[in-house]
Design a protein around this ligand. Structure first.
Ligand code: SF4
Length: 231
């Protein structure tokens, strides 16, 4: 595991839980809007935490923590993620995983082995426009489709979520996504926040009314569609 960040306590990252958040290094996507560029393309001199440092913290704080959120970067790029999570579960802590859905085999294994309690999967856009955001070489939508299907089985608590940008998402994308994720347990639309810290600051946010219109377009497909982090 390449662990490049640790937030010792958060009430925001794991719904309804007190958690620590662990940030893994490296991602196979290069979303221009990504705020974690130093995790996606780590600098050569990036400080990395040892597993020992992480577990020293978790053991010391496990009485006040409900769980651990593992985010990135893309955590499923790390082949030893299941072993790492097993050690967290052995401490009696819950585990939430954030993923871009490109490793359905690992998601399946984590779910089948009871190693994950909540998965949040990014949906970048409608299938046709997916890689205009993901910017992945040799992109293939099939692993993403497979991960969506695995979560829709409902064997683990989950959510889908999309960061919405004026240049990328329109009403027809919302309908296409709604048809794709139909019946999902929860779907959140998050508005893009302009920043010079992102990988490539080329996008801008939709206005609030447009975001509300998108939610209303999606509700016939996914009843539990909501805005998140939008004032
Ligand atoms: S998938 Fe997530 S971590 Fe990777 S580049 Fe996109 S926003 Fe950043």
């Amino acid at each position: 595991m390449l662990i490049l960040g640790l937030q010792k306590t958060t009430l925001l990252d794991f719904p309804g839980k007190v958690a620590s958040t662990i940030f893994t290094g490296g991602c196979n996507f290069k979303c221009p809007y990504c705020h974690n560029s130093e995790l996606v393309i780590p600098p050569a001199d990036a400080f990395a935490f040892s597993e020992e440092e992480i577990f020293d913290h978790l053991i010391a704080k496990k009485r006040v923590l409900d769980g651990v959120c593992i985010t990135g970067g893309e955590p499923t790029l790390h082949k030893d993620l299941p072993d790492f999570i097993k050690k967290i579960k052995d401490l009696g802590l819950l585990v939430k995983l954030d993923s871009n859905g490109t490793n359905p085999a690992m998601l399946r294994g984590l779910i089948d082995n009871g190693l994950v309690d909540y998965i949040a999967m990014d949906i970048k856009n409608s299938k046709e426009k997916y890689n205009s955001i993901a910017c992945m070489k040799n992109f293939d939508i099939k692993p993403i489709e497979e991960s969506v299907s695995i979560l829709l089985e409902g064997k683990v608590d989950y959510e889908f979520r999309t960061t919405i940008m004026k240049e990328c998402h329109d009403s027809s994308d919302m309908i296409a996504i709604g048809e794709w994720l139909k019946g999902a347990k929860a779907y959140y639309l998050q508005s893009y926040k302009e920043s010079e810290q992102v990988i490539n600051p080329i996008f801008s946010p939709h206005d609030y009314d447009t975001l509300k219109d998108f939610v209303n377009l999606l509700k016939p497909y996914i009843t539990n569609t909501n805005l998140r982090g939008v004032d």
